[in-house]
Design a protein around this ligand. Structure first.
Ligand code: 3EB
Length: 344
């Protein structure tokens, strides 16, 4: 049985997709600048709508996850989800404008309340769906670098993620999912999607980096609760989920102001993770050029330099989706996430 290999990932232009056929689609994310071409009405799977412009030929791109056989859709609270084989895909969004602010110092900000609500809803949906293990979470946070109430919004998000997780009896270090946390357009909702599995993943850290959940408090009052990577399945059929990875060594940003050097350092971090995952799980080391990538670029003017580095490391044929998004440290120009070992 090769259940872990039953998951497939495709990046496809919305205009060329045939999602209405629904063939084994577990869930999808649509990336665009707000001008939506996809019609959600007939879809029978969860769709996350992420407000990050696509850098490339297509205006709207889809990240489509497929599992073997027909997926079983469901919902719980704000979460839409689907089960397919051993996998659950879920998505949800929370508009801060729906929430009313509570006056007074020490009260939670709107983003903190939205984050707390989103995480409680995700955990409640997982519990209601039979408690699969959280493997991978994507977080898109509007105005991620904006300071309000004396704290950058990314740091507010970390604080609320931590507090909601503890309140729901979840750990915030060690056995935590792989994740990405990027900016979304101002005024867009806090948007999340996630993958969970009946199997427990291995949680991988990067020997070149301090674990994010052990970052010192100079990066905010609560550390980000994510693993550098997770691995599902055993030798020969393992699947690797690489978290959003940046030009950070130890806990410090390297190469501020140099997008090409940041890209090279980020690829060195991903390569170190591939080696560490192989060492930890006893699988063969995945080759960098066989993974599927999402590359988040803060300033589109840096695209040529960043793309040149990626093409020289991965070749021109690698699956790479470029998106314009703010990144959770102001000195980071680029962040890269990846998935490896997917079914062909
Ligand atoms: C970093 O290494 C870059 O807060 O969930 C990457 C992946 C980053 C996930 C998160 C943040 C997160 O710290 C930022």
């Amino acid at each position: 049985m090769s259940t872990a290999q039953a998951l497939r990932l495709e990046y496809v232009a919305a205009s060329e997709s045939q999602l209405d056929q629904g063939q084994g689609v577990l869930g999808a994310a649509a990336f665009d600048d707000g001008a939506r071409t996809l019609r959600g009405g007939k879809l029978d799977f969860p769709l996350a709508h992420v407000h990050t412009p696509v850098l490339g030929d297509a205006r709207e791109m889809l990240e489509v996850w497929r599992a073997g056989g027909r997926a079983q859709p469901g919902s719980h609270g704000r979460v839409s989800y689907a089960w397919g084989g051993d996998f659950l895909f879920g998505s949800l969004a929370v508009h801060e404008a729906e929430l009313t602010s509570i006056a007074g110092s020490g009260a939670a900000t709107l983003l903190e309340r939205a984050t707390g609500l989103a995480y409680r809803e995700m955990y409640a949906a997982l519990a209601a769906a039979g408690n699969p293990q959280l493997v991978r979470v994507w977080n898109y946070i509007p105005d991620i670098n904006l300071d309000t109430h004396g704290l950058e919004r990314y740091r507010q998000f970390n604080k609320a993620r931590h507090e909601a997780s503890v309140a729901c009896g979840r750990v915030v270090a060690g056995s935590v999912p792989a994740a990405s946390a990027l900016g979304g357009a101002a005024g867009s909702p806090l948007t999340m999607y996630f993958l969970a599995s009946r199997r427990t993943p291995a949680f991988i850290e990067n020997p070149r980096q301090v674990s994010a959940y052990r970052y010192p408090t100079q990066y905010g009052p609560r550390s980000p609760a994510f693993s550098r990577a997770t691995v599902l399945g055993e030798a020969g059929e393992a699947m690797l989920f690489v978290s959003g990875t940046a030009s950070i060594v130890g806990h410090r940003t390297l190469h501020a102001g140099h997008p090409a050097a940041q890209t090279r350092e980020t690829l060195a971090n991903i390569e170190a993770l591939l080696n560490e995952a192989a060492r930890r799980t006893g699988t063969g080391t995945l080759r960098l050029e066989t993974l599927a990538y999402k590359v988040y670029v803060r300033d589109p003017n840096d695209m040529p330099a960043i793309r040149a580095e990626l093409e020289s490391a991965l070749g021109a044929e690698a699956a790479v989706l470029y998106l314009k998004a703010d990144i959770c440290r102001r000195d980071l120009a680029v962040e890269i996430e990846a998935v490896g070992g997917l079914a062909a």
